[in-house]
Design a protein around this ligand. Structure first.
Ligand SMILES: [Zn+2]
Length: 128
């Protein structure tokens, strides 16, 4: 995978290889914190990289190096995230060609539906 300028927003995460449907792409890494601390941080950060997992825990990926913090939101994503215990794993939703930007539907995010969406998909919900 590589991080490159994105047509959606800032930099994005791109796959260098072709991915099969349901193929595991990787796992979110970062500082392990409580959900409470994660929500506190999300209020003060402009650029949020916090993922909530189970057991009242969160992962703050602000310093992570796998590149998943660069994955942009799309209302028509090509990946999905699965929370397994206190881990967050990324999988391909359908076949993805090498060179494609990886996108994720953030769902209920720390942005609380107040961030304008720029995914440009025809099914765009307009806000994240
Ligand atoms: Zn959108």
């Amino acid at each position: 995978m590589e991080v490159k300028p994105s047509a959606i927003e800032g930099r994005g995460l791109f796959t260098k290889v072709t991915l099969r449907p349901r193929q595991k792409i990787g796992e979110y890494e970062g500082e392990r914190i409580t959900q409470r601390e994660g929500r506190r941080r999300a209020k003060t950060q402009k650029w949020i990289a916090i993922v909530e997992v189970n057991n009242g825990k969160s992962i703050d990926g602000a310093e992570e190096t796998t590149g998943f913090r660069f994955i942009n939101h799309s209302c028509t994503p090509n990946t999905f995230m699965r929370i397994i215990g206190e881990r967050a794993e990324f999988y391909a939703l359908h076949p993805i060609k090498a060179g494609t930007e990886l996108t994720l539907d953030y769902g209920d995010s720390h942005h609380n539906g107040e961030l304008p969406c720029s995914c440009q998909s025809t099914n765009c919900r307009r806000f994240i």
